[in-house]
Design a protein around this ligand. Structure first.
Ligand code: ADP
Length: 302
């Protein structure tokens, strides 16, 4: 059997600090909280961990600070099978951090400091990724755009355009696939994908701009793929969702995992939906990503 080709993930790694409190503090007020927990996150690291847990060789191109969070973020990725020798450790910037306040009603207030994620440069990407048009390169938008653009020229890029932001026209023709969710699709195309016609119209916008494959993720409504000639609608699996954090990251990781071994779109999308469905049945982001045997057992039980 030929070896499984490696996947590159270019992206962010963040430590999410979750503070629980009865209500949000007022300006100048010190409030006693009720609980605290820290969770490795960042869309890039989440997607790399999803791919690593599925058993594909995966290298993460990212940057953390020279601090305790950086050590934990790298350790968590390594423990999930992610190659981290392609990561940089910044001398002066702190690791990316998010402070998340959650009140009794479940509402949240979030402050994100990108820190070292802002130092994922095109130079780092070019130095880390061996140019090969066969490799899949997965990216999101929590790092500087120049790094994403550099990566798009080194292989078959799968771009998850999250969080949504303006993209230069020339990037679209470099993309093997784009995977936006509903709000990112609306932000980029002006069309909200709510039914078959609007999914087709939004996909057509990306295809006309030069993207080869469009995958719209539609939360509980599943996903839609088109390459301009064929299209597929894949329903989501019905599961008892308890935390949909990182559903999109699980889906992107699952899809890259299967496309990289040469699987066709129908099966790869089905597999990605199963990875995401399992992820939403557990709390957290990286902690909730399933292993390949868990996904295979789930698919066999359907
Ligand atoms: P994001 O997390 O980026 O907003 P979505 O909410 O569109 O992305 O979810 C990505 C994929 O995860 C969906 O296409 C679907 O396959 C799966 N998914 C999301 N929510 C659920 C759910 N409640 N039950 C089952 N699968 C889900």
């Amino acid at each position: 059997m030929s070896p499984i080709p490696p996947i590159w993930v270019i992206g962010s790694a963040n430590m999410d600090l979750v503070f629980r409190c009865s209500r949000f503090p007022n300006p100048g007020e010190t409030l006693l909280g009720t609980d605290f927990s820290e969770h490795p996150g960042g869309k890039g690291a989440n997607q790399a961990v999803a791919i690593g847990k599925l058993g594909n060789p995966v290298s993460f191109v990212g940057c953390v600070g020279k601090d305790g969070f950086g050590v934990t973020l790298i350790r968590q990725m390594k423990g999930s099978g992610v190659e981290t020798s392609t990561m940089a450790i910044h001398d002066s910037l702190p690791s990316g951090t998010a402070m998340i306040l959650v009140d009794e009603a479940g509402q949240n207030q979030i402050v994100v400091v990108p820190g070292a994620n802002g130092a994922v440069t095109k130079e780092l990407v070019n130095a880390s990724i061996q140019s090969s048009t066969d490799s899949f390169i997965v990216a999101q938008l929590e790092i500087p755009l120049e790094a994403v653009i550099a990566g798009s020229k080194l292989g078959k890029m799968i771009l998850n355009p999250a969080p949504a932001r303006e993209l230069p026209d020339e990037i679209f023709s470099e993309l093997f696939a784009i995977i936006p969710n509903e709000s990112e699709t609306e932000f980029l195309t002006g069309i909200r994908p709510v039914d078959a016609d609007s999914c087709k119209a939004a996909s057509a916008w990306f295809l006309e701009n030069g993207v080869q494959n469009v995958v719209l993720t539609l939360g509980e409504r599943g996903s839609y793929w088109s390459n301009g000639i064929e299209s597929l609608s894949i329903p989501a699996f019905r599961v008892g969702a308890i935390d949909t954090t990182a559903a999109g990251d699980a889906f992107v990781g699952g899809l890259a995992s299967r496309l990289s071994i040469g699987e066709g779109w129908q099966d790869a999308l089905q597999f990605a939906s199963a990875v995401a469905a399992l992820a939403v049945t557990k709390p957290g982001a990286q902690e909730s990503m399933p292993t390949r045997s868990e996904v295979e057992a789930f698919l066999a039980s359907q």
